[in-house]
Design a protein around this ligand. Structure first.
Ligand SMILES: [Zn+2]
Length: 422
């Protein structure tokens, strides 16, 4: 039976898993109910399981028994050559939901007020449990080890960072050779389309917190106060002007002010004003320039008005940069399993960000998009991830699971082959 056919047989169980997880979304680094579901799904399979110390992550290692890899770590060769190390690859799924009130109206809708799997991480987790079963069935053909990385806290909590510090990249007893992640979206591409891009695929994400420090007073006598509100208003627009005048339009920068707050009463000039913004960049060079030019701009405006300003530039997630060879490997597996029509090679990155970037900064690998837009829906008009209306179709679960599993099998076979022949 082909891997896609085997995956299709798992489809009912993947849908059950996903719906159960969707109804009970958990947020952040502590996802005990979700962890329980994952552990249950892996329970009867031959994986070595470790759970996180500081988070509810799950790391599962499958030791392949196929190929020439054997089961050992290093087979010592003669006089320093011919050493053969069992190859290993990592597959990642994130598991956390978002503080969003679900409005999709699906019959498996969230049962928890104010929490929703609005980014489709429930599908990632279900697909990876499917891959776990497929890989276990094919263990005898597996020419190395597979690490499954079930990660909490992707949505701004740096769950990947925690797992890396706790050793997920060395889970087989040595550093993994390659890493693959997948992300569904609820629009952009027709149902079932996989998306790839070598190089920069997702932006870096940073935060900006600005406090303008003035001197409060009576609204009728601004000359006797130092008004932080007018300076803050100027800063909001000056930031946009700075980006268009100082940064190359072919290396885009996105800065959006999401918080602008000052004051308590209309006739009182407040002491301070606060601005918070999210910043997305597509090159390390732009990111570094911003860290320099934003404080310079804001301090200049504050000083022009006789005020002080406190500027806190907070680095969040780095650029998600995929490896060119690993991306081509993934493209080949996608077209082999599903045909050329199911692959979309993106020319430009997305302005979203991912903490899988931390994994790809350590080991070569790639990140694959998968459109779970409801079948028949207009993919250009469907609500995108994070919307309370974002709807993800179960129909992609089996194919996602098959791709995870096949990627791991093919990559291990190639790694094992190249090592035997070297
Ligand atoms: Zn996400």
């Amino acid at each position: 039976m082909t891997i896609t056919a085997a995956a299709r047989e798992l489809q009912p169980q993947l849908i059950r898993f996903r719906h159960a997880m969707h109804q009970e979304p958990e947020i952040g680094l502590n996802l005990p109910r979700t962890q329980e579901k994952v552990l249950q799904a892996l329970d009867s399979l031959p994986y070595e399981i470790t759970v996180g110390k500081d988070t509810t992550s799950v790391t599962a290692v499958l030791r392949g028994t196929g190929g020439t890899a054997g089961s050992g770590d290093e087979a010592p060769g003669e006089a320093g050559h011919g050493r053969r190390v069992t190859p290993s690859v990592l597959l990642r799924a994130d598991m956390d939901g978002l503080p969003v009130q679900e409005k999709t109206g699906v019959d498996y809708t969230s049962r928890l007020d104010g929490a929703m799997h609005a980014c489709g991480h429930d599908l990632h987790t279900a697909m990876l449990t499917g891959a776990a079963a497929l890989l276990a069935e094919n263990r005898h053909k597996l020419a190395g080890d597979v690490v499954l990385m079930f990660q909490p806290g992707e949505e701004g909590f740096d769950g990947a960072g925690y797992m890396i510090r706790e050793g997920v990249l060395d889970a087989p007893g040595r550093r993994v050779d390659a890493a693959y992640g997948m992300h569904v979206f609820s629009s952009l591409e027709p149902h079932g389309t996989f998306a790839t891009k070598p190089g920069v695929m997702l932006s870096a994400s940073d935060g900006l917190v600005v406090t303008v420090l003035g001197a409060g007073g009576h609204g009728s006598a601004p000359h006797a106060a130092k008004d932080p509100v007018t300076a803050a208003a100027e800063m909001v627009t000056a930031l946009q002007v700075m980006i268009t005048r100082q940064f190359n339009m072919f290396d885009p920068v996105v800065l959006s002010v999401g918080v602008l707050h000052a004051g308590t009463k209309r006739n009182v000039i407040p002491e301070t004003a606060r601005i918070e913004a999210t910043i997305r960049t597509f090159s390390e060079a732009s990111r570094e320039r911003l860290m320099d030019s934003i404080p310079r701009l804001l301090k200049g405006i504050a000083s022009a008005h006789g005020l002080e300003v406190d500027v806190d530039y907070q680095q969040e997630y780095p650029l998600t940069i995929t490896d060119e060879d690993e991306t081509h490997t993934a493209e080949n597996v996608i077209t082999e399993l599903f045909g050329e029509s199911r692959l979309s090679r993106w020319a430009t990155p997305l302005s979203g960000s991912e903490d899988f970037s931390r994994v790809l900064a350590e080991v070569p690998g790639t990140f694959i998009g998968l459109s779970a837009v409801p079948r028949g829906a207009d993919h250009a008009a469907s609500p995108f991830n994070h919307s309370p209306y974002a709807t993800f179709d179960d129909g992609v679960l089996a194919d996602g699971a098959a791709l995870y599993a096949e990627l791991a099998m093919q990559r291990l076979a190639a790694l094992s082959h190249s090592r035997t022949n070297s």
